[in-house]
Ligand binder design. Structure first.
Ligand code: RNT
Ligand code: ZN
Length: 424
């Protein structure tokens, strides 16, 4: 694909855009800096279809599904790290990398309830060297002890205590990441526990989940090294009728424990937009983790795009000036397209959403509102939508030394030819 723009044309277009935004009191130079400074946590599992390094053939159970068989899936830690590094070179702004327990690299197999920070040594060394902080997730799926569909909420004390030990091990590993990188590692608990058909007893599993979480969180760790979050869900494959860890459950739980709540954009009714939840939840929980995903008809985990919902959520965070209370992450896994492009598309789109949100002259909107001029509020919202945003985006890419426009596609093609197809 031929590039349609040069450094010079980007600079020219930017000068005009800068003046357009300045007319509304916005300094694009400052906003570009701020937008690049907000960390986005990229999910490692897009690189290998949530397979992990335990020798599994692929993702199993958990009510989630990676479909497609595009060539080039990363099969080891080294492949996953080098793919990620390449993807990072296409993505502007501060990045973090989110791992799952499945991605441990012990020399000989270690049970998931006995894993330790040592088993993530390669990841920690890489993180330090590349200055990419790590986030973490315990893995309650793709495991024989998850086959019943119940883990932390299991009625079998042996199964439940295995997963409690697993969750505690995960928190300790996250805390070790945090100490290694000098910023808290976000440790997100998501379990798939639930029922395909109508349960007769909706209460006991929730009581057991609450007790299990209490036990897991009772292990005290330094909050400078770990941020605990819990992720709710509406339904999954095989848990259509009932999910133990529902939104109500975790909202109340996070508020009662004063821990952060994770909102995944795919975990609500298909047309429900999570933007409106931010101002309410932030009154009661210390902060949020947002998983940007894209459900199509169901929680299908398609690649995040620059969608109305993504833009609404970013705008809402910017208007409330609460980026400091929200950990921003991506959560999708598409095995049907080039996985590195998938990383780049989702992360670039999210960074666009952040930039656009910060560029909004929000004060003019609240001023109009306070003055009772609601026509002006609406008119300005509409005008701001068509300000010359793309020129500022290209300049952001230029400043971050990553390809602007669609120029990154060429590099992906090259990497596919020289690295990915050889993995067949
Ligand atoms: C599943 C949850 C969860 C997972 C990852 C792999 O529906 O969204 O966050 O996608 O942990
Ligand atoms: Zn999620």
């Amino acid at each position: 694909m031929k590039s349609y723009q040069s450094r010079e044309t980007i600079e020219k277009a930017y000068d005009l855009a800068k003046a357009a935004y300045a007319a509304f009191g916005v300094s694009t130079d400052k906003v570009i800096k701020a937008a690049l400074d907000i960390p986005v946590s990229i999910q490692c599992w897009q690189g290998d279809d949530v397979t992990g390094f335990e020798g599994a053939a692929g993702l199993s159970g958990g009510g989630i599904l990676a479909t497609g068989n595009y060539p080039g899936r990363a099969r080891s830690g080294d492949e996953l790290r080098s793919d990620a590094e390449f993807a990072f070179s296409l993505i502007p702004g501060k990045k973090r990398f989110s791992l799952h327990m499945l991605y441990a690299e012990p020399e000989t197999p270690v049970s998931r309830d006995a894993l330790e920070p040592e088993h993530f040594r390669k990841w920690m060394n890489w993180s330090k060297k590349k200055k990419i902080p790590l986030d973490f997730n315990p893995s309650f799926f793709s495991h024989p002890l998850a086959d019943s569909g119940y883990t932390l909420a299991s009625a079998d004390p042996k199964i439940r205590s295995f997963w409690i030990r697993h969750a505690v091990a995960s928190r300790k590993i996250a805390a070790a990441f945090g100490a290694n990188q000098g910023s808290p590692s976000v440790n997100n608990v998501w379990i798939a526990d639930g029922s395909k058909d109508l349960p007769a007893d909706r209460s006991s599993p929730r009581q057991r989940l609450k007790d299990a979480l209490d036990e897991i969180l009772a292990v005290e760790l330094d909050s400078k090294t770990i941020t605990d979050t819990v992720e709710s869900k509406l339904f999954g494959i095989g848990s259509e009728s009932y999910v133990v860890g529902s939104y109500d459950f975790y909202l109340a739980y996070a508020a009662s424990k004063q821990i952060k709540l994770c909102l995944d954009t795919g975990h609500f009714h298909p047309t429900e937009n999570i933007a409106d939840k931010i101002s309410s939840t932030l009154l009661f929980v210390p902060g949020l983790l947002i998983h940007f995903s894209r459900g199509i008809r169901w929680d299908s985990d398609h690649v995040a795009i620059y969608s109305d919902e993504l833009r609404d959520v970013c705008r809402e965070i910017a208007r409330q000036k609460c980026f400091n209370r929200i950990d921003i992450a991506l959560d999708y896994f598409d095995a049907s397209i080039n996985r590195i492009a998938a990383w780049a598309i989702g992360t670039r789109s999210l960074r666009k959403g952040i930039l656009e949100a910060l560029l909004e002259p929000a004060k003019l909107l609240t001023d109009a509102e306070k003055a009772g001029k609601n026509h002006e509020r609406l008119a300005l919202m509409e005008e701001f939508k068509t300000l010359p945003f793309s020129a500022v985006w290209d300049k952001l890419c230029l400043n971050a030394e990553v390809p602007a426009g669609a120029d990154w596609l060429e590099k992906v093609e090259e990497y596919e030819k020289t690295v990915l197809v050889k993995r067949r």
